[in-house]
Every structure is written in C-alpha cells, then in structure tokens.
Design a protein around this ligand. Sequence first.
Ligand SMILES: [Zn+2]
Length: 220
Amino acid sequence: MKQSKILNIFLLGLSGAGKGSQALLLKSKFSLELINTGDLLRAIAENKTVFGQKLSAALKKGHLAPNWLTNYLWLNKLLYIPLNKGVILEGSPRSLEQATLLTEVFNWLGRTNYRAIYLKVSEKEVTKRLLARRICTNCGKIVSLELNPTLKKCPYCGGKLKCRADDTPDAIKNRIAFFHKEVKPVISYFQKQKRLIEINGEGTMEEVHYRILASLKSIK
Ligand SMILES: [Zn+2]
C-alpha cells in the first residue's frame, strides 16, 4: 500500500467516552500501532522516582500532564514505528498546540492520511461510566460495575479491583471542564481541515465500533 494511503487515527472524546475500547477494536481491525499517552503517563506515575511521584500527585488531583511531557512521550514512540504501519493515537492531541504539532509531524513523516474521530457522549453518561469503572490490579483490564454492582474481583483473572486514581467526582468534573476549554478547539481544528468524523458514542461497544467503520468506509 502506498504510504499516503495508510490510515492513521486520532481518537478524541471525554474520558469515559469509550476511547480505550474503540482504540483496541480499531487497532486489530486495521493492524494499527496504538499509542496511548494516558497509559504512558500512568506508567511513569507508578515509578518511585521524584518525577514519578510529582506526576502521580498531579494526576490524582485531576491535573493534566504538561504538554512538553505528553509530546515527548508520543513522539518518542511514533518516530520508531515503521512507516508501512498505521498509527492510532489515544489521549492526544488534547490542546490546539498539540494538534498543530501532531499534524506537522504526521505530514513530515508522509502519514498524510489521518482522521480525527470524535466519540460524542453526554457528560451525564461519562460521569456514570467513570464512577462505575474499576481497573484490575493484576492484569490491568478495565471492568465496569454498571451491570454488576457487587463485583469484587476481576472476572478475567480474579485479581483485586481498584478505582483509577483520577476517577473521583472532583477529578471527573475537572476533566470535563478541561475538555471544553482545550479539546473542543482541537475538534474545530480538524473539522476545518475536513478530517473530523463525529460518532455517537452512546450504546454498546459493538454498535459504536460499527458506526465508526461505516463512517470510515464512506470517506474512502
Ligand atoms: Zn484481572
């Protein structure tokens, strides 16, 4: 396949909009390399270094990592991915500054076929989803208590479940406010470039996945 035809995706949406599960489905559907800046940050925050602890304290308050750090993390991964592989980015860009840098790098690399997919989910729905979200301390899988509120152990491995440090009501509110201030301009930016695909993110994981596939098909 010609490099300019290889699909690259930026997934946008509020936290709790289902970016994680849709990213995994798209990754396997199109054999994409996944870059998840949130996971990269959380891995650093678990380090017992001064840097890790400082980042951990900031994330717990619902603060975001500085632009230079997220930029460094995705760049450091992106630049080593073979150009015959498409990339899916989850968690970036989260500011207009990042979006500009990102498109500059993608264009420079010749990854010119990129789309921003915006998973649109109401604030009420994401808050409900995030408060019911648990992460397995053993296998790292994310499970939801929405259908099974009394779940105590990971259904995949039996591991202990915990809340993600930033899934508290206050931190969720902060992230929603941040989204309006910083990510909405990113959405307009891609819309102006005619590279935005807006998807209704409510419903089951499969329903949303098929909506995305249908939209991608219609633009080719
Ligand atoms: Zn588990």
